[in-house]
Design a protein around this ligand. Structure first.
Ligand SMILES: [Zn+2]
Length: 220
């Protein structure tokens, strides 16, 4: 079996991270850990964390650092991640979170941090057309819908527009991303972990660029 990888995926919402992370997860046989999906699942299940996070996200706000760090610490402690690795998506979002991740992963440090780079104008257009499966979080769009109506090809779940994909919430998240993530990208760059990948163009081409950048970075 191919070696795993320990990586963080950065990029604006709508850069195609979801699609690419699923492909990378299959290729390297590591879990795709989307903190956004974990939070939305908690909201659906109505857990105490989910209720708290739900209120914040409905208002277009981010969940506080300490809460996110606990969630990630817990997830990275499971057997699948300790044995194979992981693709972290949605965390870290700030330098503070990255420092916490450094502590969490001190015995098994990151191989690479990818910045999937797509221009803001492009992601705004993509986000407006984005649809997701409400059960398994598979990605679709108005241009690439499921085969039968708005029913998920994978699991039969309802394919919908996310509650937080309103224009106002999208603009707010993008502005927050710019403010927080620019320093984060610089921080990882200084540590020699960063690979900036052009996320524009056909998904297959982007995947090929990712494989080659990641393979170069994986430690044995
Ligand atoms: Zn589904």
């Amino acid at each position: 079996m191919t070696r795993g990888v320990r990586m963080v995926m950065l990029g604006r919402q709508g850069a195609g991270k979801g699609t690419q992370c699923v492909r990378l997860s299959r290729h390297y046989v590591v879990p795709h850990i989307s903190t956004g999906d974990m939070l939305r699942a908690a909201v659906r299940e109505g857990t105490p964390l989910g209720r708290k996070a739900g209120e914040l996200m409905a208002a277009g706000n981010l969940v506080p650092d300490d809460l996110m760090i606990d969630i990630v610490d817990d997830r990275l402690d499971r057997d699948d991640t300790t044995s194979r690795g992981y693709i972290l998506d949605g965390f870290p979002r700030t330098v503070g979170q990255a420092e916490a991740l450094d502590q969490i992963t001190v015995s098994r440090p990151l191989d690479v941090v990818v910045d999937l780079d797509v221009a803001t104008e492009v992601v705004l257009e993509r986000l407006a057309g984005r649809r997701v499966c409400s059960d398994c979080s598979a990605n679709y769009s108005v241009d690439t819908p499921p085969k039968y109506g708005w029913v998920c090809d994978n699991c039969g779940g309802d394919v919908v527009q996310r509650d937080d994909d309103t224009p106002a919430a999208i603009e707010k998240r993008l502005a927050e991303y710019e403010a927080n993530t620019a320093p984060l990208i610089e921080w990882y760059g200084q540590r020699g972990l960063l690979e900036v990948i052009d996320g524009w163009g056909k998904a297959d081409h982007v995947t090929a660029r990712l494989f080659s950048a990641i393979d170069k970075r994986r430690s044995s």
